[in-house]
Design a protein around this ligand. Sequence first.
Ligand code: C5P
Length: 404
Amino acid sequence: MATAELAGKHLVLGMTGGIACYKIAELTRLLTKAGATVQVVMTEAATQFITPVTMQALSGRPVFTSQWDARVPNNMAHIDLSREADAIVIAPASTDFLAKLAHGMADDLLSTLCVARDCPLLVVPAMNRQMWQNPATQRNVTQLRADGIDVLGPDSGPQACGEVGDGRMLEAAATFEAIASFFSPKILSGRRVLLTAGPTFEPLDPVRGITNRSSGKMGFALARAAQQAGAEVHLVAGPVALETPWGVFREDVQTAQQMHDAVMRSAAHADIFIGVAAVADWRVDHASEQKIKKTAGRALPTFTFVENPDILASVAKLPHPPFTVGFAAESGDLEVHGEEKRVRKNVPLLIGNLGPLTFGMDDNEVILFEAAGVTRLPRADKQTLARALIVEIARRLPDTDPIR
Ligand code: C5P
């Protein structure tokens, strides 16, 4: 995970009582690995679920559990700990702690710290589904949001108590993503971004088909970077084995035609369209409805191909197209073909992959083609590159100048 947003950030990680405390061990590791410093503060109840020793070892800092901790020179841990913090994150946030926060109560170190803070507060609720649905909890959560507190999650699914429903804490990785997103500059705030990613799958019969080696990594990295930049993101994905980036709306499709239809349903409402998918240029005319049998002595099957719609060109042709960005993966002469392709597809910006095909790889190097000329971006991992590309795209949007 590339995490420039968290490098050098100082977080107070407040833990309250709940079985989800075990997820905070992993969250702490992810945060420190990303370059954040993490000061853990635990309520008495949290120490029943995981020990301060474990959290100290993972965060590399002594853990605070008591308001009367003599290690703070002026004996005002509740003031001192939040003054250096870029944010306080409460994870897991119990029902009880949400209620305390909503009412401004301050009867232990962590709650007092929250009331005395002068930095943003993020809470990551974790509780049984009935506790989450309880009208009092919902009232408290509404109040916390109204007070400008970020509520991350909760997730839905099986719970430690054996019940199933809303209330379980986001997984450590998702919590980490949500925190990273919180710190990203919101250069696409209020913008709607539509993307395609991955390969398409064109059936020959019910079990066989034609696809390509696109992994979807670049498109998913761009979706994640756009979400972190504050955009509302709709990702139309071909068949890939990737997790949906946190906060992104994902629509899965198989064929180029389905991808085209999904995109055209939403393109008119988008501010930006980025066609990253490696869309099959052709499909088999009349794919067989039955599995094609291999019968000895019979002639080999033959297929007639028909052209698939060009999604990028269709979007660019709309009467009021979004800012439309294409990708080009060429196995040679990119510099010659890039600008030619951009003009042919009628898009203001085309991003060309340099060098050999980068399908499936984690690194990439690109050239930006536009009417004004070309710009090269340095080789980087796909997530770093995605962040740089989002900055480049935001810079080129009409009616806005979010960077300068
Ligand atoms: O023509 P070529 O496939 O090289 O162009 C690549 C660009 O066009 C990518 O942005 C890809 O997502 C888009 N494309 C498309 N629909 C197609 C073929 C390509 O949107 N049928």
